[in-house]
Design a protein around this ligand. Structure first.
Ligand SMILES: [Zn+2]
Length: 468
């Protein structure tokens, strides 16, 4: 039996996850992610490596854009098969893809206006990568499944989704191709989460795979202890409140916002911070939080205990969700210290910019970063200590305190990834290390080989291998 596995994304980089599996009778795509690294953005516009209508099925690991963000383009260009994913992934992906389409449309509009102003035309016609209509066309194809329930894909193929512990509904996927003999199982890790993360279960232990495709985002690093998050957060909230300022937190809408609410509600319950207004000024974060609230079956034991005691982290005294622009504007008129969470997480757009304008020159306020800030973003400039930054066309002095908490990562570190692999009871035939910068991927590939003796490699973009 010959199986062809090709790497069309997240190969020696961290975004654009996309793997193609071809058997004698079927073609499957595992994830269909958007490229987000600036130097790789052009790949989003490339034609798909095979005609979209020739793909039978998509298996989707989770709802982050770098795993699902090219689905609207795939569907527009002819894919019409099922996209298998968990219930929460279907709901969050729908929110995330509509938001992404909206941003694509806005980008195209800005570019058109700029070209008009500068009286020039670009080399290509300006159009959005995909539209709201394209994103809406994805939803009817989403077919939901739960963890550990085999999904029959036809043509001798079966998929099983395992809890990846990364974001709500995220999965690692075992794909079994049955042949005349024993059949072969390829395990795709998706993004693997950390152990003891709040709200979510730990990554599932997976015992069997002939081949493994594993992420390596932090394959060359070890994370800080999570326990330090509560101490750091309490300290920042209390000192800023004492100074009379606001705590402004640029927040990613998916998972990070909900995790922050979890920590803040815990500190409140334990009386480690005083009762004060906590604004969630992000319609998208609020919609994603709603998805969490109606999927308690995906929570861990600790979170379930909180819900049973009516101590949900998504509903506590002082919590205020602002959906409309009018409500959002009122926050700047609010007197007295408050915690303000808003998107985007790297300050590249969204309502956070208005809160930064209100607070960045105030010595008594704190800008608190709880996520990765990519090179070239406003968030990165502030974190790196810029004295003066440009926001919405005007310069502002940075006088507020700038703080950062590192322990929030949604990705397993080097040792946690090895623990995940060591669930396997029998040696796999090969481990492919993907979804990492070249140094991280190479380093993790060597590390796994040294620790286990298994053959490992780091595939390049567009590499294909034949599996036997
Ligand atoms: Zn992810």
């Amino acid at each position: 039996m010959d199986i062809k596995l090709s790497f069309f994304g997240a190969a020696q980089n961290v975004t654009g996850s996309r793997y193609l599996v071809e058997t004698s009778g079927a073609r499957l795509l595992i994830d269909c992610g958007l490229y987000q690294e600036r130097e790789l953005l052009a790949r989003n516009w490339d034609p798909f490596p095979v005609p979209p209508e020739s793909i039978d099925t998509v298996l989707l690991t989770h709802a982050h854009l770098d795993h699902c963000g090219l689905l609207p383009k795939l569907v527009r260009e002819g894919f019409s098969g099922p996209i298998h994913c968990t219930g929460p992934t279907a709901e969050i992906a729908t929110i995330v893809l509509l938001d992404s389409a909206h941003l694509q449309e806005e980008d195209a509009e800005h570019k058109l206006r700029r070209h008009k102003r500068e009286k020039r035309t670009g080399p290509h016609p300006v159009k959005p990568l995909y539209t709201t209509e394209d994103a809406e066309a994805v939803t009817p194809l989403l077919s939901t499944t739960g963890y550990e329930q085999p999904v029959q894909l036809g043509k001798g193929l079966e998929a099983v989704y395992h809890d990846a512990g990364h974001i709500l509904g995220a999965a690692s996927i075992s794909l079994t191709i049955k042949g005349k003999g024993a059949g072969r199982t390829i395990l795709f890790s998706g993004d693997v989460g950390r152990r003891d993360k709040p709200i979510l279960q730990d990554p599932a232990v997976i015992e069997h795979a002939d081949y493994v495709v594993i992420e390596s985002t932090y394959g060359d690093r070890l994370h800080q202890d999570r326990k330090e998050i509560d101490d750091a957060l309490a300290d920042i909230v209390n000192s800023t409140r004492k100074a009379g300022g606001n705590i402004v937190i640029p927040t990613f809408s998916v998972e990070r916002a909900q995790e922050l609410l979890y920590h803040l509600s815990k500190l409140l319950r334990e009386d480690r911070i005083p009762k004060m207004p906590v604004f969630v000024d992000s319609p998208m974060a609020i919609r994603v939080t709603d998805v969490f609230e109606h999927h308690p079956e995906y929570f861990d034991e600790e979170m379930m205990a909180l819900i049973r005691r009516r101590e949900s982290p998504f509903d506590f005294p002082g919590l205020r969700e602002t959906r409309s622009v009018e409500q959002s504007k009122k926050i700047s008129r609010h007197r007295g210290p408050a915690i303000i969470m808003a998107g985007s997480g790297m300050c590249t757009g969204g309502r956070i910019k208005y809160h930064l304008i209100d607070n960045i020159a105030r010595e008594e306020s704190t800008i608190l970063f709880v996520g990765y800030q990519a090179f070239g973003t406003l968030g990165r400039h502030i974190v790196e200590g810029a004295e003066n930054v440009r926001i919405l066309g005007r310069r502002h002095d940075v006088r507020a305190r700038v703080a950062q908490i590192h322990g929030f990562s949604a990705h397993a570190d080097r040792d946690e990834l090895l623990v995940w692999l060591s669930g396997l009871k029998k040696d796999p035939r090969h481990v492919f290390v993907t979804h990492g910068e070249p140094e991280a991927a190479e380093s993790f590939s060597r590390f796994v080989h040294e620790k286990t003796g298994w053959p490992t490699s780091v595939p390049s973009y567009e590499d294909s291998v034949t599996l036997q």
